[in-house]
Ligand binder design. Sequence first.
Ligand SMILES: NC(=O)c1ccc[n+]([C@@H]2O[C@H](COP(=O)([O-])OP(=O)(O)OC[C@H]3O[C@@H](n4cnc5c(N)ncnc54)[C@H](O)[C@@H]3O)[C@@H](O)[C@H]2O)c1
Length: 258
Amino acid sequence: MGRLDGKVAVITGAGSGIGRVTAILFAAEGAKVVVADVVVADAESVTTEIVAAGGAATAVTVDVSDEAQVDAMVQTAVDTYGGLHVLFNNAGIFPDDDGGILDTPPETWQRVMEVNLKGVWLGCRAAVPAMLDSGGGSIVNVASFVALMGAATAQIAYTASKGGVLAMTRELAVEYARKGIRANSLCPGPIETQLLAGLLADPERRQRRLVHIPIGRFGRPEEIAKAALFLSSDDASFITGSALVVDGGITAAYVTPE
Ligand SMILES: NC(=O)c1ccc[n+]([C@@H]2O[C@H](COP(=O)([O-])OP(=O)(O)OC[C@H]3O[C@@H](n4cnc5c(N)ncnc54)[C@H](O)[C@@H]3O)[C@@H](O)[C@H]2O)c1
């Protein structure tokens, strides 16, 4: 028996990193998965992998900052699989020129807000009616540990966008708590994915981050996917409005052990 048997899930940013591994895990746990990404080839290759393993998946091209495309993404879930029970709002960007408050270009600020914050809002907005029609559901929005504390290396737009995700998710959770929809945030620490590839390839910048992680290593996408599975499944049936921190202990530490 799978932990998502009978559920239909939409996953954004499912072509790479955390989203890719989560799509494969959700399908293995019985969900029918809409694999949504702005990079169509990646969405298709994840879909092919799921179907080859005996799962059910459909690829959708979406820019999460585009209202019509996000609505169409949710409609694909309803048309193809008959409803929607899980939304994993995972797509996000972390541009190289997102830095300090004085040097981040306004266009970068704008694009980060469009994708990381407005994209999550549009996803929730499209999903809520479909979930109500399906008898309820679970929304998991990807924030970050930087939604809870300042980053040691400035990335002001990214941090602000993730703080917005956290606050928005709490309010959404309260509004729909009695209508059968749960909403929670997931706050990863630094995870070895494409998002951080450039940064982590530089030994000095890598070490600058590593020093803050009590567990002494970066996280793996599988470790976030398993937390997303828990929040999405009925195992978390009394959990809403919470933020699940999966960060190797970063937010617990004042200083890290040698
Ligand atoms: N990797 C980390 O250290 C880390 C830490 C905390 C939070 N996060 C968050 O986790 C989420 C997933 O990140 P990841 O590390 O797997 O990164 P990733 O770059 O490997 O994957 C992100 C995916 O989102 C897609 N995407 C980007 N813009 C999009 C758009 N406008 N519309 C649709 N899809 C879009 C990309 O094509 C890619 O497939 C992001 O929200 C990120 O901010 C990551």
